[in-house]
Design a protein around this ligand. Structure first.
Ligand code: QV4
Ligand code: CA
Length: 512
């Protein structure tokens, strides 16, 4: 970071790899499809007090309104304009959310859909969330404005105009992703309209961007847009701070386009992470947790400081995008908590926690025919508020994984151990493993089909620690298990393979 900082001074180096979270906050949460008013409340009442660094929000720009199927979640990935109105709220509510979250140190990361506009089959009219007129057939979007000149038609060489072959690099960039009208991002006019949208958000106070469908844009075109971006708003960020950039590039290997093609612009989503971790925790294909000893670059992932990591995302938790059946989600809650716990304890990558809504999954021939279903909504199509129950869980079919004690406590664990090295690895050659983070934290898993009773070196100072998985430290007592670390750092861990959560985590801020 030293050289980068120096280069930053001369305005050369882009610090867009830096998540721009407040010091000591090391994760963001994707509040998928949440309304702006609810996100503002969650920042103040839950995310700030529990050390979350920020929120990835759903695309805030005007999108097409799809009626068949009825208002699917994915209509928000079909832009009609860059006006800030969507099912999550209007511009006033958006501004209020950014201000209130920033004021409590929780930053906002925008899902920027800038590769395309709506699908060719979106028709024409004003069925869009701000009521703007558009005509997909004539590629007319007067609310931007974009016209036929601003799309890739002539450049695409595939028969259908859609991407047909992911081994043809030009098709992937210049043809339509599932028929979505593909913007001509080599044109300065288009780059300027996109940059204008992103700068408008930067002025409001956002901290960075998820670049949707980055794989479908030439890295140089993305760079040209990023070079037009302003520094972050100094009301909340230091002068010269650059927007955090993480690009959605699905690279599971086997395609010519690689995540590393995009390192010049910022971080990339490492999809191998969730796919592999799901396979290991499910113990499929002979995988076992003992193999996680060299987790990270050792497994062929991108370098840690270029990685945005997650167990599942809004696509692959419902069979879209990449990762397949191995992806763990809230539907597999016991294994999911282990996977998220492992991710948050391990130093690799910058971590994003998923927070979902429940939908009526319905499998026909192995495929969920309800994978399109949108967020919990009222009869008028408006999204339901996030109700908070007395036990701090969410109602109205919002899953709120980020509020599950085990996950919330591991977000805090990651903050406590920030900067500490991966240390004191132990395994039984099967699925009982343990590792520490220097002298600040330690975690132990039993994913074997038999009990665990071991004495291991934790690296922690002597004392009595509260397990933050089965409970937590409240006042001066543990509500769950206690772990006694002796003077030489050794501790005994007993974990039944039938335990509700067969893992234990301790850290120095949960010490009696
Ligand atoms: C369908 C057919 C097309 C046909 C078209 C027109 O599939 O072949 O040409 O009709 O008749 C929705 C529908 C899809 C439909 C399309 C256009 O699901 O069936 O095409 O609209 O009408 C989300 C959903 C998509 C959805 C899209 C737009 O996942 O199903 O398509 O939004 O509404 C690749 C990319 C990766 C991408 C991933 C899903 O490399 O970047 O696929 N992930 C991101 C987002 C994702 C989003 C998009 C990209 C598009 O995470 O949520 O797709 O912005 O791996
Ligand atoms: Ca494209």
């Amino acid at each position: 970071m030293g050289i980068c900082f120096l280069l930053l001074i001369v305005g050369v180096c882009w610090a867009q790899y830096d998540p721009n979270t407040e010091a000591g906050r090391t994760s963001i949460v994707h509040l998928f499809e949440w309304r702006w008013v609810d996100i503002a409340l969650e920042c103040e009442r839950y995310l700030a007090p529990n050390g979350f660094g920020g929120v990835q929000i759903s695309p805030p720009n005007e999108n097409v309104i799809v009626t068949d199927p009825w208002q699917p979640w994915w209509e928000r990935y079909q832009p009609i304009s860059y006006k800030l109105c969507s099912r999550s709220g209007n511009e006033t509510e958006f501004r209020d959310m950014v201000t209130r979250c920033n004021n409590v140190g929780v930053h906002i990361y925008v899902d920027a859909v800038i590769n395309h506009m709506c699908g060719t089959n979106a028709g024409a009219g004003d069925h869009a969330t701000c009521g703007s007129y558009f005509n997909a057939k004539t590629e007319d979007f007067p609310a931007v404005p974009y016209s036929g000149w601003d799309f890739n038609d002539g450049k695409c060489k595939s028969r259908s105009g859609d991407i047909e072959n992911y081994h043809d690099i030009s098709q992937v960039r210049d043809c339509r992703l599932v028929s979505l009208l593909d913007l001509a991002l080599e044109k300065d006019y288009v780059r300027s309209k996109v940059a204008e949208y992103m700068n408008y958000l930067i002025d409001i106070g956002v901290a960075g961007f998820r670049i949707d469908a980055a794989k479908h844009m030439w890295p140089g075109d993305v760079k040209a847009i990023l070079d037009k971006l302003k520094d972050l708003n100094t009301k909340w960020f230091s002068a010269g701070a650059k927007p955090f950039i993480y690009q959605e590039v699905i690279d599971l290997g086997g395609e010519p386009i690689k995540g590393s093609d995009y390192f010049g612009n910022g971080r990339v989503t490492e999809f191998k992470y969730g796919a592999k971790l799901g396979t290991v925790i499910r113990k499929w294909n002979g995988e076992k947790m003992a193999y996680l000893k060299n987790w990270g670059e050792g497994w062929g992932f991108v370098p840690s400081d270029r990685a945005l990591v997650f167990v599942d995302n809004h696509d692959n938790q419902r069979g879209h995008g990449a990762g397949g059946a191995s992806i763990l989600t809230f539907w597999d809650s016991r294994l999911y908590k282990m996977a998220v716990g492992f991710m948050l304890a391990h130093p690799y990558g910058f971590t994003r926690v998923m927070s979902s809504f429940r939908w009526p999954r319905s499998f026909v021939n192995g495929r969920d025919v309800n994978d399109w279903v949108g967020p919990p909504s009222n009869s008028d199509g408006s999204t339901k508020p996030v109700a908070i129950n007395a036990d701090t869980t969410c109602g109205n079919d919002w899953v709120c994984e980020h509020r599950w004690r085990q996950i919330k406590n591991m977000v805090i664990f990651r903050n406590v151990v920030d900067g500490q090295p991966f240390s004191n690895w132990w395994d039984n050659g099967s699925n009982q493993v343990a590792f520490g983070r220097g002298s600040k934290g330690f975690i132990v898993f039993n994913n074997d089909d038999w009990n665990m009773n071991v004495n291991v070196q934790t690296g922690l100072p002597a004392g009595t620690y509260c397990d933050v998985i089965s409970g937590q430290k409240e006042d001066d007592r543990c509500t769950g298990k206690e772990v006694h670390v002796s003077g030489d750092g050794m501790a005994n861990f007993q974990i039944s393979n039938n335990a509700e959560d067969p893992f234990v985590a301790i850290h120095v801020n949960a010490k009696l």
